[in-house]
Design a protein around this ligand. Sequence first.
Ligand code: AR6
Length: 180
Amino acid sequence: MFELNHQGVTLRCVQGDITRQSDLDAVVNAANAELRPGGGVAGAIHRAAGPELDAACRSLAPIRPGEAVITAGYGLPNPWVIHCLGPVYGVDRPSDGLLADCYRNAVELADREQLQSIGFPALSTGAFGYPMEAAAEVAFRTLLGLCASLGHVRHIRFVLFSEADAELHARVLRRLGEES
Ligand code: AR6
């Protein structure tokens, strides 16, 4: 676990499962364009949330790379889910700009909804093939740059599936935090 406080916002990296973060107002889904259950994070979120989530998603789909939409959490322990479509690395271009859009749009949507806490998986780093360290740099640069403008969001948690990914994120966050 690593935590950094930046302009009144706490950024934290933990190893864990995004569907088991019961103290967060919202978790982010690494969605597909149709917002359907799939593999990885999307499969886990839809399994935990139940069929009501799939039904709620139909009227919101399709979404474009970089876009974020919000639904209730249904069977999840969180009241809200923010669904983001990350870029397929090297195919949806510019991949870094579209990945930054995901983080910006998700956290600004949470802020508009007056949510205080949000949890992210490492968007695009599974089926969509984005290299983990480069993705972490984009994520943290984007979020650190937004902290000063957030009125409600106070806690941003990165939930990484493996200990190695959590350590990598902690290292990148520490470095970028020192630079900013
Ligand atoms: N909690 C936290 N992290 C997880 C979990 C979990 N339960 N499960 C996987 N990860 P991915 P993408 C990590 O593939 O690359 C889906 O099929 C995983 O190790 O879920 O944005 C959708 O339907 C990886 O580091 O998302 C889309 O079609 C990261 O979460 C497509 O995959 C993201 O992996 C989206 O691909």
